[in-house]
Design a protein around this ligand. Structure first.
Ligand SMILES: Nc1ncnc2c1ncn2[C@@H]1O[C@H](COP(=O)(O)OP(=O)(O)OP(=O)(O)O)[C@@H](O)[C@H]1O
Length: 254
């Protein structure tokens, strides 16, 4: 593992003129051009229904754009959703081992590696537990360990902490930043929570609605560790919220 010391210029994700329409409906996304540098943490922010998940699915290769192109370093990305989607009959270790198996890690190395990943997310005491024995926060930790097990350069996260209480969410923000700083993967994180975006990202990209286009973006220069209640986080959040409100007003989505 390497600590990020300098900003990379290599591209992890490159979207060029991406558009998406479903069937004969109007475009959900239009002319999205966005580059995510290797090791960069970008938050995609926008009102409900503006197309954030659709864009993430296009980056993941789960769907194809109707216009433009999507390029992904390494050809594949790890995904994490609001629901942990763990296999309930498998222990935490076996859930992680499954991802290692799909990646071709030899059987005798899998258990050690799964335990290493579960310790990284501070779950060394829960290796033998199944989903129903884990809290929501612990389930998301296992999901994060499983995502890391895929060994992708890019981690795509679709509101992964939205269902958690504020304290658990805050702890997981801290954990995610710690892992990102040390492992150096690129992250595209979707949220409609402005403070969460400013708390986490190096860059916040705001999407318009109907169709989703890039409205504006902000570089977040606030040093880590950041807290959600920091003055600098609050000030930038206020500024971004004003722009988000404007977008919502424009489209009558209140
Ligand atoms: N498979 C699909 N077929 C038809 N329409 C779809 C499909 N997937 C998404 N849409 C439409 O695309 C639009 C954007 O949806 P999407 O889920 O990407 O938005 P979002 O910004 O992630 O919303 P939220 O924040 O509420 O999760 C919505 O109008 C949705 O109904």
């Amino acid at each position: 593992m390497t600590l990020i010391t300098a900003r990379s210029t290599r591209q992890a994700v490159a979207l060029d003129g991406v558009g998406k329409a479903f069937d004969s409906g109007p475009p959900v996304l239009e002319d999205i051009s966005l580059t995510v540098r290797s090791g960069e943490f970008v938050c995609l922010l926008g009102a409900s229904g503006c197309g954030k998940s659709t864009l993430l699915n296009l980056i993941a290769g789960l769907d194809t754009p109707t216009a433009g192109s999507v390029e992904l370093a390494g050809g594949h990305a790890a995904l994490m959703f609001q629901e942990s989607a763990l296999f309930p009959w498998l222990t935490a270790t076996h859930n992680v081992e499954l991802a290692l198996r799909l990646r071709g890690v030899p059987r005798k190395e899998r258990q050690v590696e799964a335990h290493r990943l579960l310790s990284l997310v501070r779950l060394e005491h829960a290796c033998d537990m199944r989903a129903h024995e884990l809290s929501g926060g612990m389930r998301q930790r296992v999901a994060l360990a499983r995502a890391l097990a895929q060994g992708s350069e890019v981690l795509l996260m679709d509101e992964p902490f939205a269902a958690l209480d504020a304290i658990t969410r805050d702890v997981l923000h801290e954990e995610l930043i710690r892992l990102w700083q040390h492992a150096g993967f690129s992250t595209v994180f979707v949220t409609h929570n402005v403070r969460e975006a400013v708390r986490l990202a190096e860059r916040v990209v705001l999407l318009t609605s109907l169709p989703g286009r890039i409205a504006r973006e902000w570089t977040v220069d606030i040093p880590h560790p950041r807290r959600i209640e920091d003055g600098a986080v609050a000030r930038l959040s206020l500024e971004i919220t004003e722009h988000l409100r404007e977008e919502i007003r424009r489209h009558g989505q209140t």
